[in-house]
Write a protein that binds this ligand. Structure first.
Ligand code: HEC
Length: 162
C-alpha cells in the first residue's frame, strides 16, 4: 500500500514525464508560429507613425509674442507614454525585418536596424527623463524614417514635391 507521500511523488514524476515528452515533441528548429497581421503600409500608419508623433511632440519650444513655452513631459505618466512609444519604435524595426515585410537583405535591413537603434536611444532618454536627449533623438528617428522612405517609398514625382 503506497503512502500518501509516495502517491504524491508518483504524480510529480508522471507530470515531469508529460512535460519532457511535450518538450521533446517540439523540434528546436521549428520556426515560431509567426502570423504577420499588418503589412508595411499598415505598420507605418497604425503603429510606427503614431509612436513617432508621440516622441516628436513630447518635447520642444513654443515661441509666442508673450514669450517662450518649454514643452516636456511633466508627470511620471507622461514620461511613461514617451517611453512606451520609444519601445514601440524600437521593436517595430524588428517587425519590419521579418516575413513578407522585408524587402531584401541589403539596405532594408540596415534601415530597419537604424529604427531599432533610434528607438533604443529614445527609450534610454525617456527612462532617464531627459528632455534634451529626447529632443536630440528626434532627429535620429527622423533620419531613420526618411532614409528608408527615399529608397523604398517616394517616387521621383514625390521627390520633386518634397
Ligand atoms: C525600413 C524602411 C522604413 C522605415 C525605417 C520607415 N518606413 Fe515608413 N514607409 C516605408 C515604406 C516602404 C512605405 C510605403 C508603404 C506602402 O505604401 O506600401 C512607408 C510609408 C510610411 C507612411 C505612409 C503610410 C500610409 O498611410 O500610406 C508613413 C506615415 C510612414 N511610413 C511613417 C514612418 C515613420 C514616422 C518612420 C520612422 C519612425 C518610418 N516610416 C520608418 C518604409 C519605412
Amino acid at each position: 500500500m503506497a503512502t500518501k507521500f509516495e502517491m504524491g511523488m508518483i504524480k510529480v514524476f508522471f507530470l515531469m514525464g508529460v512535460v519532457l515528452i511535450v518538450a521533446c515533441e517540439t523540434p528546436s528548429t521549428a520556426p515560431p508560429p509567426f502570423v504577420p497581421v499588418g503589412d508595411v503600409q499598415q505598420l507605418m500608419e497604425m503603429v510606427i507613425d503614431p509612436a513617432a508623433d508621440i516622441v516628436w511632440e513630447s518635447v520642444g519650444t513654443i515661441v509666442t509674442l508673450d514669450g517662450t513655452e518649454e514643452i516636456f513631459p511633466r508627470s511620471d505618466e507622461e514620461w511613461s507614454t514617451v517611453r512606451n512609444s520609444a519601445m514601440v519604435l524600437a521593436e517595430s524595426g524588428n517587425l519590419l525585418m521579418v516575413g513578407d515585410r522585408s524587402k531584401g537583405e541589403g539596405p532594408w535591413m540596415i534601415m530597419s536596424q537604424a529604427l531599432v537603434e533610434a528607438g533604443m536611444v529614445a527609450l534610454e532618454a525617456a527612462e532617464s527623463k531627459d528632455p534634451e536627449a529626447v529632443f536630440a533623438v528626434g532627429e535620429q528617428i527622423y533620419n531613420a524614417c526618411e532614409t528608408c522612405h527615399v529608397l523604398y517609398w517616394y517616387t521621383e514625382e514625390d521627390a520633386v514635391i518634397r
